[in-house]
Design a binder for this molecule. Structure first.
Ligand SMILES: *Cc1c(COP(=O)(O)O)cnc(C)c1O
Length: 357
């Protein structure tokens, strides 16, 4: 089989060793003789998976024994767009949102179903090519919501505001990719399929003392407190997605943890952005200081080279670098599992295009 370099934005690349273990568990899960696809979620083997996944998520974020709970829920990150305001925005209350891209806009839209939403800043007028700075978060907001990495536009928050208002963050596309002081956040959520596992589960890390304050009747399936009291087994969890997410978290830990992975992510991104900036055939779309370490967006300077460039990268075994329709051009997603060798292949292809003209 020809080596494929998977730059897909999501669902996306997983470590080869994780795929190997995940495929073995489909036939024989932890020596049970059963497939992980056919075991009860109440079996002791899967209960152990869920317990380890929940505790390892907190460990990787440095949030153990600080009043946080980790959950593996369903409905994608999109479900959290509504579950967050439903659980945290009191009747008649107000929430503050930072509008940095398409996903942030979806989160804002859902929150408006539950109360007043104040958009504290937006980069919409510039097609979200940067992260707004210097905005004010109203003291009376129930929470402030932001998106740490804007998967579609290739921008990433390097700094977070200093505020007493609880911070809620959609980290779908940069979870476990860099070290932050995660205790600054009241709730973090991340759909698994960008940087953690297959599609089908969402990690939610929530500080328990923020919950139960809305006066609203919350249906059980949407209620974080229900999921916490049932240890993330309120209903049948997405067994396989949780299992593969656990394998990825174990892989991150074995690499040396998030700090080690971050160093590699910085190297990979530096290599690619250097080439985007150096090579006269290309131009990056995001403001330099806000560039994402996870999704690098770039355009051809001369659109007539498109056919030639596309043929070159396809020939090199590169997959998934077409840009999102709202930006155009190309987007190379270089998540945790992406080896630097694959980034080098892309850089070589970009250089080959330059030489060919
Ligand atoms: C992909 C993505 C989403 C949407 O995730 P779903 O699991 O499809 O609902 C939300 N936020 C960000 C930042 C994303 O990258």
């Amino acid at each position: 089989m020809k080596k494929i370099h998977n730059f897909s934005a999501g669902p996306s690349i997983l470590p080869a060793s994780v795929l190997q273990k995940a495929s073995e568990a489909i036939i024989n899960f932890n020596g049970t003789g059963l497939s992980v696809l056919e075991v009860s979620h109440r079996s002791k083997e899967f209960v152990a998976v869920m317990e380890e996944a929940r505790s390892l998520a907190l460990e990787l974020l440095g949030l153990q024994n600080q009043g946080y709970q980790a959950l593996f829920l369903q409905g994608g990150a999109s479900m959290e767009f509504l579950r967050v305001p439903m659980n945290l925005l009191p009747e008649g209350g107000k929430a503050a949102y930072l509008e940095t891209g398409t996903w942030a806009q979806s989160a804002i839209k859902e929150a408006k179903n539950f109360g007043e939403v104040e958009v504290v800043a937006s980069s919409k007028e510039a097609n979200f090519n940067h992260i707004p700075k210097g905005y004010h978060i109203p003291e009376d907001a129930a929470y402030f919501h932001c998106t740490s990495n804007n998967t579609i536009f290739g921008t990433q928050m390097k700094e977070f505001p200093n505020t007493n208002v609880p911070m809620i963050c959609d980290m779908s596309s940069d979870i476990f990719s860099r070290v932050l002081d995660f205790s600054e956040f009241g709730l973090i959520y991340a759909g698994a399929q960008k940087n953690m596992g297959p599609a089908g589960t969402t990690l939610v890390v929530v500080k328990e003392d923020l919950l139960g304050k809305t006066n609203r009747t919350i249906p059980n399936i949407l209620n974080y407190q229900q999921h916490i009291s049932k240890e993330s087994m309120y209903n049948t969890p997405s067994v396989y997605a949780v299992y593969v997410s656990l394998l990825t978290m174990q892989w991150i830990k074995a690499q040396g943890g998030v700090a080690t992975v971050e160093k590699l992510n910085e190297e990979k991104a530096a290599l690619l952005y250097q080439e985007i900036d150096r090579n006269p055939c290309f131009v990056g779309t995001a403001n330099h200081e806000d560039r994402s370490l996870m999704n690098a967006c770039f355009l051809l300077q001369d659109e007539t080279l498109k056919e030639k460039f596309d043929a070159l990268w396809k020939e090199a075994g590169i997959s998934g670098i077409n840009g999102h329709r709202s930006v155009g051009g190309y987007r190379a997603s270089i998540y945790n599992a992406m080896p630097i060798e694959s980034v080098k292949v892309l850089v070589e292809v970009m250089q080959a295009l330059e030489k060919s003209i």
